[in-house]
Structure formats: C-alpha cells, structure tokens
Ligand binder design. Structure first.
Ligand code: NAD
Ligand code: UGA
Length: 464
C-alpha cells in the first residue's frame, strides 16, 4: 500500500515540524496539516516564513522549501480528512483540569473529537496514526468510536509517538535515535504498519524503525519521558546535597556520566525541568498506575515531580534568603522565560514559578527573553491565577534588552540557557546593577570564578 495523501490534525509543536519533515523527504506525498486555530494556521501560511508560529532552528527554511508544493496548512479539517489515506492525530493531550482524574489524567477530549470527526467524514478506508502522546490502551477507545460511529469504512490504528525535543526538532526529526510504530497483530494491521515504515524509510535507516504492538508503543512514549525526567530530578536531588557538602554537581555528573552504563546526557542540574510534556506525562503514568491499583508504582514515579517542584521553589527561596530575607520592593531581573533555549515555548517553564514566588514576596521583576513575547509572559502568570492580571502587569515588566532588565537591579537570575547570555559582557551588567550585585545562575552557564572576580555575589546550583 503506497500512501499518497496525508492529513495531520493539529498544527502545533509536533504536527508542524513532523509534517514539514515528511513533506520534505517524500515529495510524492501531499501533506495537509489542519487545525481549528485560525490564527495559528494563518501564521503557518504567513508569506514571511520567519513568522511561522513555532520557533525552531532550521524549521523556517524547510517550510519555505515545501509549503505550497506538497505541504499545505488549512482550517478545512473535513476536506483534509476526506482526501487522506493516512491521518495523523497530533492534537494536544493536556492534564485534565476537571472531573475524575483532575490534575493527573490526560484530557482526551480533543482526541475523541478528532475520532468522531474522522468517523463522520470518512467515506474510504483510512489508516489512523496516534502521533499525540496517549495513555496506554487509548487505541481501544479510538477503535470503539471509529467503528461504532463510522460509515462502515475500515480503519487501521497505529501508534507512532514522537520523540523530538523542542529547540532541536529539525535535527531530531532528521536523525532520530529511533522511530517507533505500534500496530495491530492482524494481516491488515501489518500492512498498515508497513505503509508507515515505508514513509520513514525514505530517510531513516530501516534498523532504526522499531515495530511493536500498539500497547507497547503507547506505553514506551510515556515511559521514555518518565526516564528522562527522572534523570533530571535525580541530578537535581544531588545538587542540593552538593551545596551542603562542597561537592560540585558538575564534577559529580561528569564522574558518573563517564560510566557507559549511566551515560553523560540529561545530567545537567538546573532550576527544574519544564516543557509541556514531562510533568503531564509522568502525572498520567502515575494516574494509570493508580487506576490499576499499583500504588507503589504510582508513588515511585510521583517522586520525580515532587523533586522538580522542590527544586523550583528552592531556587526562588534561595534568592529571597540571600537578599537578606526580603525582596519587597527590590528589583530582580530574570534572564530567560522559555523552558529551554532555542524555543519560544514557555509551557511549564520554571521561570513562571520562580517569578510567581518572588511576586508573592512583592518583588519588582523585569524579564528579558529573546524569543518570548510580553503577551505570552503575562498569559502564563495570569493563568496561574495567583493575583489579578493588573497586578501582574504592575509588578512585572517585560523589556526588550538585557541591559534594561538589569539596570538598578539588586539581583539577576538566569532561568534559560540562551547562548547569548553566555556571551554577555558581564562586567557591563555588574556596573548597571545595585551593589552588592547578586547573580543566581539557574542553568550553570557561567564560570563562577570569572563572575566572582568581576564583583558579583554568585549562587550556582549544586555548588557549595
Ligand atoms: P500544541 O498545543 O502545540 O498543538 C496541538 C494543536 O492541536 C493545537 O494547535 C490545537 O488547536 C489543535 N487541535 C486541538 N483539537 C483539534 C481538533 N479537534 N481539530 C483540529 N485541531 C485541533 O501541542 P504539541 O506540543 O504539538 O503536542 C501535541 C501532542 O504531541 C501532545 O500529545 C504531546 O504530548 C505530544 N508531544 C509533544 C512534543 C513537544 O515537544 N511539544 C514532543 C513529543 C510529543
Ligand atoms: C522532551 C523529551 O526530551 C523528548 O524526547 C520528548 O519527545 C518531549 O519531551 C515530549 O514528549 O514533549 P522537551 O520537553 O522538548 O523534550 O525538552 P528536553 O530537552 O527534554 O528538556 C525538558 C526540560 O528538562 C527543560 O526544561 C530542560 O532545561 C530540562 N533539562 C534537560 C535539565 O534541566 N537538565 C538536563 O540535563 C536536561
């Protein structure tokens, strides 16, 4: 079976980049990316490719190559479903904010809406691909909706979770460690699985395309994120111990990371992990374990989140304590708001929680981030609901340059590891700040001794 027409529902951080890569590598396939969010689709179609809604190094060039050749962005979901042989569901699956499982389970309402819409519109057989991250056994629910509300056409369901990380999406998609495709163990299921394998085989070596059953694939995605986040929480737990023992967490990370069984990646202590997926996926895993009555399994994974919340709070508390136990009326500069460098995504960014803590202490905050808009920063704070949006705007100012942020500040905190922060003239920063000038390096990007020589009082995570 050769796929000629793909529809992807959801033009977000996953749908946009993954479909752009498929379009670039498979010029014979027409790829329609659809979304209900009109302004997002308009941005994907903006004549100036620099205005696409997602910032990822290298992405705008790929969009320029493919858009309106074999890659199309549209809000006409029905038409794209009707025309497709294969439909990727790439919509958001956030943590539920209501009802049973509130604060833990994945909210599958967007997934269900997609299934119902596909069933209503489809008049020919389709392969449905779960691209979103989903709880194990979601395909069962999808099958039930599709078969019971459809027009008698046949649906094959595959699980093809995405492992790209934001900020490196293009290179992750170009050179994935693996592609995972779960399929049903039937003759039709195998054919559907092969159709998707053949698409990736256009640029991914065959031995890196893993095929499994659907449940293993669904569960592997949640588990991969849980393992990655666990490493960050593990090293962050040690960072606190390092601070009281004069061990250096960077040295410890290097020492343990050279053991090939442990490996060097994801051992960077930080102000805490953020992003749209780690927390939501672990909470979902915890919830799934609970629903199967596996309380110890649930408790084990929940600890990863508890440690992460502790790390964010600990960093904010450290600022207050260092500034003589009061930050009321003091100006504090935050450099970085995105949850990591090279992305404009701020979902669950540690910066939001650090800022919220400091605002509760009546600090006056200035924020500079090279890619995040002021509107987004205020939305993030307003969403927490801790104080009125007027108050957020009164106490926190977003500025256009780092020097505006640090001028007359008592303290500067680095919350995202943007390359430009490493290259600043830190002497110039020091001169603009009030004295004593405090510097809190939440990303360990500066050489502590160098900045201490300038005159800063420095706190680096994981150093006593
Ligand atoms: P996102 O919020 O950026 O994008 C989802 C899009 O789906 C939105 O634009 C929304 O308008 C659209 N949508 C929702 N319901 C719709 C409907 N019924 N019809 C049409 N469009 C609809 O989310 P994302 O970051 O791209 O994540 C999508 C999924 O991929 C999630 O399950 C996430 O866990 C997973 N994932 C994300 C990443 C990442 O780095 N962001 C990586 C791997 C996996
Ligand atoms: C993560 C996974 O890495 C991807 O494989 C996965 O596809 C994705 O989640 C997802 O499912 O959404 P992402 O959240 O985009 O990707 O970014 P990461 O590079 O994993 O970083 C997550 C957070 O951990 C960031 O805040 C980062 O600063 C922090 N981190 C990461 C550390 O604090 N230390 C590290 O050593 C590594």
């Amino acid at each position: 079976m050769k796929i000629k027409n793909i529809c992807c529902i959801g033009a977000g951080y996953v749908g946009g980049p993954t479909m752009t890569m498929i379009a670039a590598k498979c010029p014979d396939i027409k790829v329609n990316v659809v979304d209900i969010n009109k302004s997002r689709i308009a941005a994907w179609n903006d004549r100036d490719v620099n205005n696409i809604p997602i910032y990822e190094p290298g992405l705008s060039d790929l969009v320029a190559q493919t858009r309106d050749h074999n890659l199309f962005f549209s809000t006409d979901v029905d038409a794209a479903i009707a025309a497709a042989d294969m439909i990727f569901i790439s919509v958001n699956t956030p943590t539920k904010t209501y009802g049973v499982g509130k604060g833990m389970a994945a909210d599958l309402k967007y997934i269900e809406l997609c299934a119902r819409q596909i069933a209503a519109v489809a008049t020919t057989d389709k392969i449905i691909v779960e691209k979103s991250t989903l709880p194990v056994r979601t395909a069962e629910a999808l099958r039930s909706i599709l078969d019971n509300t459809g027009n008698g056409v046949h649906f094959d369901i595959l699980s093809n979770p995405e492992f790209l990380a934001e900020g490196t999406a293009v290179s992750d998609l170009l050179h994935p460690d693996r592609v995972l495709i779960g399929g049903e163990d039937t003759e039709r299921g195998k054919k559907a699985q092969k159709a998707l394998v053949d698409i990736y085989a256009n640029w991914v070596p065959k031995e890196q395309i893993l095929t499994t059953n659907v449940w293993s694939s669904e569960l592997s995605k949640l588990t991969a994120n849980a393992f990655l986040a666990q490493r960050v929480s593990s090293i962050n737990a040690l960072s606190e111990l390092c601070e009281v023992t004069e061990a250096d967490v960077n040295e410890v990370a290097r020492a343990i990371g050279t053991d090939s069984r442990i490996g060097p990646k994801f051992l960077k202590a930080s102000v805490g992990f953020g992003g749209s997926c780690f927390q939501k996926d672990i909470l979902n895993l915890v919830y799934i374990a609970q629903t199967y009555g596996l309380q110890e399994v649930a408790d084990y994974w929940e600890q990863v989140i508890i440690m992460n919340d502790h790390q964010k709070r600990r960093f904010a508390k450290k600022i207050v304590k260092t500034l003589f136990n009061t930050v009321s009326g003091k100006k504090i500069a935050l450099l970085g708001w995105a949850f990591k460098k090279d992305t404009n995504d701020t979902r669950e960014s540690a910066a939001i929680y650090v800022a919220d803590y400091l605002l509760n202490e009546q600090a006056e905050i200035t924020v500079y981030d090279p890619k995040v808009t002021a509107q987004q920063i205020y939305n993030d704070l307003d969403y927490l609901g801790t104080r009125s949006s007027e108050e957020n705007r009164r106490l926190l100012k977003v500025v256009d340059t780092p020097l505006q942020a640090v001028e007359d500040a008592h303290a500067t905190a680095i919350l995202t590891e943007w390359n430009e922060f490493m290259n600043y003239d830190w002497k110039e920063v020091y001169d603009l700040m009030l004295k004593p000038a405090f510097l809190f390096d939440g990303r360990m990007i500066l050489n502590q001794q160098d900045v201490e020589k300038i005159g800063f009082e420095v706190y680096t995570i994981g150093k006593g």
